[in-house]
Design a protein around this ligand. Structure first.
Ligand SMILES: O=C(O)c1cc(=O)[nH]c(=O)n1[C@@H]1O[C@H](COP(=O)(O)O)[C@@H](O)[C@H]1O
Length: 241
C-alpha cells in the first residue's frame, strides 16, 4: 500500500500560496483547503486550485443537525473537490444524511469522518466528559462512521494499526499530526508520528501543513517528505517481491 502527501494550505492569502503551488505542480497530487483559506477566499479559490491541476480536499469539518449538514454537502457538490470532512461526533444520523446527500449529488466524493482531533490527548478528552483513551474513542467513532456508510476517516497515525485490524480494508485513513522526531510536542499537535512511521503504520494519506509551510524552502520540504514516503513504498515493494 502506498501513502500519498496532502499539503495543508493553511496560509492567509492566495499570493502567499501561489509560488509554492507553482513549484509543486506536477509532483504534488493533493492540496487541502481548510477553514483559513475557505473563509477568506471561498469557493472561487477551490476552483482556482483545481484549475492548477491539484486534487482538492476541502476541510470544513461539518458538524450540525443532519438536515443542515446534508444541505451543505449538496451546496458543495458542484465544486471540484475529491474529499470533504465532517465530524463523526455529529452522530450516526448526521453521517447517514451527509453520505446520502453525497451519493445523490456527487458520487465520487470521499466523505472523511474526523474522529478525535490530533491536538487532543486523554486529558483534553476527559475535560469534555469523554473518559476514554484517545485510541478507544477513535475506534468507537470510526466504527460508527463505517456503519453509517462513510469510506474514509481522519485520525492520528497512532491509531492506524488498530483501525487497520478492526475496519474493512477499503477504508481510507487520512492522518494529520505529522512531525519529525525533533519537532514532536513543540506545538498544538499532541498525537504525532513522522512521515515514514505514519506510512509504515498504514496511512493512506498524510496531511502536513506547518512543517512544510514554515520551512526555509517549503517546496524542498514537501519534496523531501514525498521522497520519504516513496522510499518506504519502494522498500515495501522490494520486500513483497
Ligand atoms: O481534518 C483535518 O485535516 C485535521 C484533523 C485533525 O485531527 N488534526 C489536524 O491537524 N487536521 C488538519 O491538518 C492540518 C495539520 O497541519 P499542521 O499541524 O500544520 O501540519 C491542519 O490543517 C488541521 O486543520
Amino acid at each position: 500500500m502506498s501513502t500519498d502527501l496532502i499539503l495543508a494550505l493553511d496560509v492567509p492569502t492566495r499570493e502567499e500560496a501561489a509560488p509554492l503551488l507553482r513549484q509543486l505542480r506536477g509532483s504534488l497530487n493533493w492540496v487541502k483547503i481548510g477553514l483559513q483559506m475557505f473563509t477568506a477566499h471561498g469557493p472561487d479559490y477551490v476552483r482556482a486550485v483545481a484549475d492548477e491541476g491539484f486534487n482538492v480536499f476541502l476541510d470544513l469539518k461539518l458538524h450540525d443537525i443532519p438536515n443542515t449538514v446534508a444541505k451543505a454537502v449538496e451546496s458543495l457538490a458542484p465544486l471540484p473537490i475529491g474529499m470533504l470532512t465532517l465530524h463523526t461526533c455529529g452522530g450516526r444520523e448526521m453521517m447517514v444524511a451527509a453520505q446520502k446527500a453525497a451519493a445523490q449529488t456527487k458520487p465520487g466524493l470521499l466523505l472523511l469522518g474526523v474522529t478525535v482531533l490530533t491536538s487532543t490527548n486523554a486529558a483534553g478528552l476527559a475535560e469534555t466528559g469523554v473518559n476514554a483513551a484517545p485510541e478507544s474513542q477513535v475506534l468507537r467513532l470510526a466504527k460508527l462512521a463505517t456503519d453509517a456508510g462513510l469510506r474514509g476517516l481522519v485520525c492520528s497515525p497512532l491509531e492506524v494499526p488498530v483501525l487497520r485490524r478492526e475496519l474493512p480494508a477499503h477504508m481510507q485513513l487520512v492522518t494529520p499530526g505529522i512531525r519529525s522526531a525533533a519537532a514532536a510536542g513543540t506545538d498544538d499537535q499532541k498525537r504525532t508520528m513522522t512521515p515514514a512511521e505514519a506510512a509504515r503504520a498504514g496511512s493512506s494519506f498524510i496531511v502536513v501543513g506547518r512543517p512544510i509551510l514554515k520551512a526555509p524552502d517549503p517546496a524542498a520540504a514537501a519534496r523531501a517528505i514525498m521522497e520519504e514516503l516513496g522510499q518506504r513504498h519502494n522498500q515495501t515493494q522490494a520486500n513483497d517481491g
